[in-house]
Ligand binder design. Structure first.
Ligand SMILES: [Zn+2]
Length: 230
């Protein structure tokens, strides 16, 4: 991003800049976070078992971070920025090809979890720091939570996040969420579906108004990733 930037939006929660007609950068405000400084810290000790298998967290490298920040920026720009611009009577000059958020929310950290063979470990990427969600395992998993933060972190009457991510609201599967966000092209209900028409249309509705769905039943437990804290 070398071309001169122009600020195109400032909300209480984030600022957006354009770098040419098809590229945008998003900068989160410091308060646009539910991060907890104690939750973002992982023990980075290199542990080996008797078979030489590794179990270690390391802070993610720059390339992995950049990949996540770009994926998240593109989703946020298409799902959030476009609507916010339209609301103030403005619009982007062309389709958004490239975007990035400048950094993760304050007190979040991206890690690689190395496991199995020490000389050629399996590497899984995890985003830690949220006080509401133990861990996010992909940009698509975190996208709705980021959109929730960028919307001012509204709460439900029970004090829980009014967030559409798969952990805050397990009423949709990640496949359904990813499809609605436009990051998964296969409709999870396409071939055969026993579900109601309305729900299907909702899952397919890109750029739909946010959080119009009815609250989810609280009885469905979120997935348990506490084992990651080994
Ligand atoms: Zn969430």
């Amino acid at each position: 991003m070398h071309s001169p930037s122009e600020q195109i939006l400032q909300t209480p929660y984030y600022a957006a800049y354009s770098y040419g007609p098809h590229t945008v950068g998003i900068v989160l405000e410091d308060d646009t976070t539910d991060g907890d400084p104690y939750r973002k810290i992982k023990d980075t000790l290199d542990e080996r078992d008797e078979h030489g298998n590794i179990n270690q967290f390391v802070v993610a490298d720059a390339e992995t971070r950049r990949h996540w920040l770009r994926r998240l920026g593109l989703i946020a720009a298409k799902q959030m920025l476009k609507e916010d611009l339209r609301r103030q009577g403005d619009r982007l000059r062309g389709p958004i090809d490239q975007a990035a958020i400048a950094d993760f929310p304050k007190d979040y950290e991206l890690y690689l979890h190395k496991t199995q063979r020490a000389y050629d470990p399996r590497k899984d990427v995890y985003l830690f720091g949220s006080r509401n969600v133990t861990v996010f395992r992909s940009p698509a998993e975190f996208a709705e939570h980021l959109i929730w933060l960028m919307s001012g972190s509204p709460l439900k009457s029970n004090g829980k996040p009014d967030c559409d991510c798969v952990y805050c609201d397990p009423s949709r599967t990640q496949a359904e969420i990813s499809y609605a966000l436009g990051v998964r092209h296969k409709d999870p209900h396409a071939p055969t579906t026993a579900r109601g028409k309305g729900e299907k249309a909702q899952a397919a509705g890109r750029g739909r108004g946010r959080r119009k769905r009815s609250p989810s039943p609280a009885s469905i437990p979120a997935k348990d990733y506490t084992k990651l804290n080994l």
